[in-house]
Design a protein around this ligand. Structure first.
Ligand SMILES: CC(C)(COP(=O)(O)OP(=O)(O)OC[C@H]1O[C@@H](n2cnc3c(N)ncnc32)[C@H](O)[C@@H]1OP(=O)(O)O)[C@@H](O)C(=O)NCCC(=O)NCCS
Length: 207
């Protein structure tokens, strides 16, 4: 009889195993997601957000040219995944030409391990990898309270235009990396996957 495959997420752990402690979160590893960890990463994202569509987005990005291997990062503790962050390629429509840029979305840490610095370590790791790749900037939609500590700022104040009027101005953020040049201004053009899954901005159900 086949041995059941261990599911490497905290949802596969007993409650005593998921009890967080400072000592345990110290030994969290942040690294590139492996190809065989798609299901585990999907579970982490679904549990972090409580919504399947965000996991669908990450998976679709990983399947698309926008999210070629090496742009997904995970937080691992004792063989279990507890956090995930996705970078993907989109474009900046600059006056001179289209510029390849990165988008950070989604970012999630499973509820049992939130507020222990793991989200911060995932973001900082993604920033370092993006700079290493020579990406000029990273855009995201998110809370300014959370992301400004990593160097993100309101993108419109830097002269960038959001890809949709449904993105609140304060939520549309950018961090400019060392490869950025002054002529790189204009509108963010999201990769097709964001539109196909309707994951851009906020919808008004009463409109
Ligand atoms: C957002 C998230 C990834 C942060 O990860 P984390 O490991 O809990 O965060 P850290 O421990 O690095 O940082 C904790 C700080 O983040 C803040 N924070 C956490 N979630 C936040 C949110 N949704 N909005 C604003 N601030 C948030 C906390 O208030 C805390 O701030 P403080 O240091 O000023 O007290 C995690 O809470 C999560 O997965 N949330 C659900 C999914 C989600 O909303 N993802 C972000 C989409 S933009």
């Amino acid at each position: 009889m086949d041995t059941p495959r261990k599911l490497n997420t905290v949802s596969g752990m007993s409650s005593s195993e998921v009890e967080p402690s400072p000592a345990r979160t110290d030994i969290v590893t942040i690294r590139t997601q492996r190809i065989d960890e798609r299901a585990e990463a999907r579970d982490v994202i679904t549990r972090s957000f409580g919504r399947v569509v965000v996991a669908d987005l990450a998976e679709a990005l990983q399947d698309a040219p926008a999210g070629v291997d090496g742009l997904s990062f995970v937080a691992e503790l004792g063989g279990y995944l507890i956090g995930h962050v996705q970078l993907s390629k989109s474009w900046l429509d600059a006056p001179k030409r289209l510029v390849e840029v990165l988008v950070l979305s989604p970012l999630g840490v499973v509820p049992e391990f939130q507020r222990r610095g793991i989200g911060g370590r995932l973001v900082n790791h993604a920033l370092r990898q993006a700079a290493r790749m020579g990406a000029p900037m990273i855009f995201l939609e998110g809370s300014p309270h959370y992301y400004q500590r990593f160097g993100f700022e309101t993108a419109s104040r830097r002269g960038f235009t959001a890809p949709s009027v449904r993105i609140p101005d304060a939520a549309f953020q950018v961090v400019v990396l060392p490869s950025h040049e002054p002529w790189m201004t204009g509108a963010l053009v999201y990769a097709e996957v964001f539109w196909a899954l309707d994951c851009v901005g906020l919808r008004d159900p009463n409109a």
